[in-house]
Design a protein around this ligand. Sequence first.
Ligand code: PRP
Length: 209
Amino acid sequence: MSISIVDHPVAAALLTRLRDKNTAVEEFRQRLDALTFLLVSEALADAACVPVPVETPLGPAEGSRLEPMPAIVPVLRAGLGMLDAALRLLPAAPVGFIGMRRIETPDGVGHERYLESLPSVLENRPVLVLDPMLATGGSAAEVIRVLAASGVGPVTMVCALAAPEGVAALQGSASNVRVVTAAIDSHLDERAFIVPGLGDAGDRLYGLA
Ligand code: PRP
């Protein structure tokens, strides 16, 4: 597993607005969208390309296009808030969906997959998984397992925030995965929330916090 931390002043400023408990839902959505644009740009920095000739108004030029076109998989709910930004960069990308929810149990946090919609066109394509939070890594590990079973190509997890515990979990279990994030925070609390984090991304994104 490799990890890229996007070290960019605009990303840091956007993440600060997401962290602020007084940031209202409209701004939260806008800032997550803008941060995703930067994160996905970084995630695609090494994307495979093929040369394409192009005619400009002044004559021929050498261009390029992404080949194969990466696929996008938002993890419901919160990952849906990142989809529009990813599609602005990759308007021709095929999209699949996975729904995951965390369940608090007396023994800790469990993870339940309640939706899987992965069309066969995703096979062998590089996949960008969108999820704002990598906390314990349990959701990501299940998503990566399901994607591998579906025959997709290399997987990049695109996250606004990660916890050291989640990074360590993926390092132990997901060797061929890249994580792109804006920050790795301090730790998880007793409810497995990222500290200092930004709270519950899904609740804040959908006006429930
Ligand atoms: C959050 C987040 C990740 C997951 C991270 O989703 O969006 O999917 O938790 O935690 P983990 O690393 O411990 O798995 P949640 O389960 O709260 O669902 P939501 O997207 O519907 O809010």
